[in-house]
Ligand binder design. Sequence first.
Ligand code: SF4
Length: 95
Amino acid sequence: MAKKKVIVSLEGAVKTDEGLSYKGVIMEPVVEQCEGCERVVSVEEAKYCPTYAQPATKWAHGVCNFATHVRAEVDKTGKVKVNPLKASKRAARGR
Ligand code: SF4
């Protein structure tokens, strides 16, 4: 079975006065919660997410559903917990 490929490229992105422009969209830098995600790409010492232009907004509404390093799980009491994914689980997820 073919592996899912995580897009980790910002090829063609250009620096503008407003910020990093990628396919006509201004990219905002990643936030603290993105640390460890495989999608993070470094461009000139700043880190961006090719999947989501505004990472802060993505995390403002809960756990990012594109994240490769954590997953939201609902525990027995109904509370949402953020669980880090182990490397083996991350590898299996790509299958
Ligand atoms: S996919 Fe989500 S967690 Fe990963 S870098 Fe992008 S916004 Fe951050």
